[in-house]
Unconditional design. Structure first.
Length: 219
């Protein structure tokens, strides 16, 4: 991953200063939102073109997060910073049903992202070690639970209220009443740095990216 620049967020001039100070006193400032997204167009595109659903919805979520400043906010000590861009790290299932971590560079172009990510996936599935990138904060932690159409999530945490890395999980997709496809999405974030409004923007942005695949399918 390339060098990533960031800027310091001025707390004094931030319109969320009061909310930031309020939630900074919490021992557990995290909140989680789960809901279904329509990913019919993305599903159809991937099936028609024999593409990886996992990599394409991972890219859509990473692309959406990079478009929303609050999803790029992190703590550096007591300072809040905004990174120029954020990367993706995901749990991946190995052949023996244990899991490993895989880290992906960010590319705005979906096909370029998927090409590089697929190469990393194949390499990482063969490793014998459990190696989380614990010191890297300019990323989002992704996971997928393709066995369950879940309606809520609870993550393991180390009780560090300054951990501001969002945790995003996709679940098992299912058919809706109109013949489309829905997929559960869970987003957990630190309330010090964002609110439900920003999570709502994220859900909308991801779904819009999913729907944009309709024009690619018909092109």
């Amino acid at each position: 991953m390339s060098e990533n620049n960031y800027r310091t967020v001025s707390i004094e001039n931030w319109n969320r200063k009061s909310a930031f100070e309020f939630y900074s006193a919490y021992a557990d400032p995290f909140f989680e939102v789960t809901g279904p997204l329509d990913f019919t167009e993305l599903y159809n595109y991937c099936k028609q073109n024999k593409q990886s659903l996992f990599l394409h919805y991972l890219h859509a979520a990473l692309l959406a997060a990079n478009r929303i400043p609050e999803f790029k906010y992190r703590f550096q000590g007591k300072t809040v910073v905004e990174f120029d861009q954020i990367y993706g790290g995901s749990t991946i299932l190995k052949a023996d049903k244990s899991f490993a971590f895989c880290y992906f560079d960010y590319y705005e172009d979906a096909e370029l992202f998927c090409k590089h990510a697929a190469d990393k996936l194949e390499t990482q599935k063969k490793v014998d070690w459990f190696e989380p990138a614990s010191d890297q904060i300019d990323m989002i932690h992704f996971s997928t639970m393709p066995w369950i159409s879940f309606t809520s999530m609870k993550h393991a945490r180390n009780n560090d209220p300054r951990n501001a890395i969002p945790k995003i999980v996709f679940g098992k997709y299912y058919d809706d009443s109109k013949g489309g496809k829905l997929i559960p999405l869970s987003v957990e974030v630190n309330h010090c740095l964002m609110d439900g409004y920003h999570v709502g923007l994220f859900f909308q942005e991801v779904e819009n990216i999913f729907r944009s695949y309709g024009s690619r399918s018909n092109s």
